[in-house]
Design a protein around this ligand. Structure first.
Ligand code: RIB
Ligand code: CA
Length: 315
């Protein structure tokens, strides 16, 4: 019996920049959802690595899921990465098998738009910079109407990681995020407010490694690397941001959310990439307020952690 066997198995397309936690999100989505496709984007590391990492994660887990290559650069911002967190290749120091898979296409945007129109009840979950999603909105402005939901791992109402107020996925391509937040409302923002409360460490890595399957041992290595890096930064455990966003889709009742106008700051010297969240009472909102989105604040963290481990050991 799963930790919460009543949850649905939503159809998911995962847009990601693997990335340690992105790879765990792929396993989580495949276990608790119907993973229809994966699109890669430049982010934690370059597009060649993120695409390779999406393919090799699916290969290790034996997943029959297409991977479509996406944007190699942000829309306007300079290309930055998070290799100091995720390692030079994006998957830490985990030994990887020779890649025996190739991309289904080089056009993630076409895949996102075509699949949204052809697959009913599809959830788009974006856990990297929003470059592909912004380009998809430019290609098909009606995209949100064809989705059952758009959930992003990104932003934070009262938290930042790359800067005091900006989260990496939004900060890495703020122009793309601004397009998505202004043209795809209401989305669900699974930001640092909640992902900093879902922390995995040595115990969870040991549970994964003990399962002994290729996917579980792979994920254990990713988590062990992330945990070690977090300890270097003085953190007690590793936030698995992206897998938390998947659980917010597959097990929404485990999360507390409320609707607020959110705007992405583009010009502030100290605040570029900030998701400016209006938490004032609704009476304060007017026609000039930015579009409103579902901001996720808290979760039943213990259950979310158990579900992530359960997904990895059973994938
Ligand atoms: O800020 C956390 C986010 O940035 C996660 O998606 C992680 O994978 C990195 O992309
Ligand atoms: Ca990511």
């Amino acid at each position: 019996m799963t930790a919460d066997a009543t949850a649905s198995r939503p159809r998911i397309v995962l847009d990601c920049d693997p990335g340690l936690d992105d790879a765990i999100a792929i396993l989580t989505a495949a276990h608790f959802g119907e993973l229809v496709g994966i699109t890669s984007v430049n982010g934690n590391v370059g597009i060649e690595h993120t695409t390779h990492n999406a393919l090799v994660t699916a290969q290790i887990a034996g997943l029959d899921v297409p991977v479509h290559r996406g944007a190699a650069r942000p829309l306007i911002a300079p290309t930055m990465d998070a290799a100091r967190i995720h390692g030079a290749t994006g998957l830490g120091d985990v030994a990887l098998p020779e890649l025996r898979r190739s991309v289904a296409s080089e056009d993630a945007v076409a895949f996102l738009c075509d699949t949204a129109r052809s697959v009913d009840d599809l959830h788009l979950v974006a856990v990297g910079p929003l470059t592909n999603v912004a380009l998809a909105l430019r290609h098909d402005p009606d995209l949100p109407r064809h989705l059952a939901g758009l959930t992003i791992m990104g932003g934070g109402a009262h938290a930042g990681n790359v800067t005091p107020v900006a989260e990496f996925n939004v900060w890495a391509d703020p122009e793309a995020a601004a397009i998505v937040f202004s043209e795809a409302a209401p989305l669900t923002m699974v930001g640092l407010d909640v992902t900093h409360k879902v922390l995995l460490g040595g115990d969870e890595a040991a549970r994964m490694r003990a399962a002994g399957t290729p996917a579980a041992v792979f994920a254990a290595g990713l988590l062990e690397f992330a945990y070690a890096r977090c300890r270097e930064f003085g953190l007690e455990a590793a936030p698995v941001h992206d897998a938390t966003a998947i659980i917010a889709v597959t097990h929404p009742h485990l999360f507390r959310r409320s609707r607020h106008p959110v705007a992405v700051e583009l010009h502030g010297e100290h605040t570029r990439g900030m998701t400016v969240t209006d938490v004032r009472p609704p009476a304060a909102f007017d026609d000039s307020s930015p579009p409103a989105h579902d901001v996720v604040w808290d979760a039943d963290a213990a259950t979310v952690i158990d579900l992530i481990v359960e997904a990895v050991v059973n994938c």
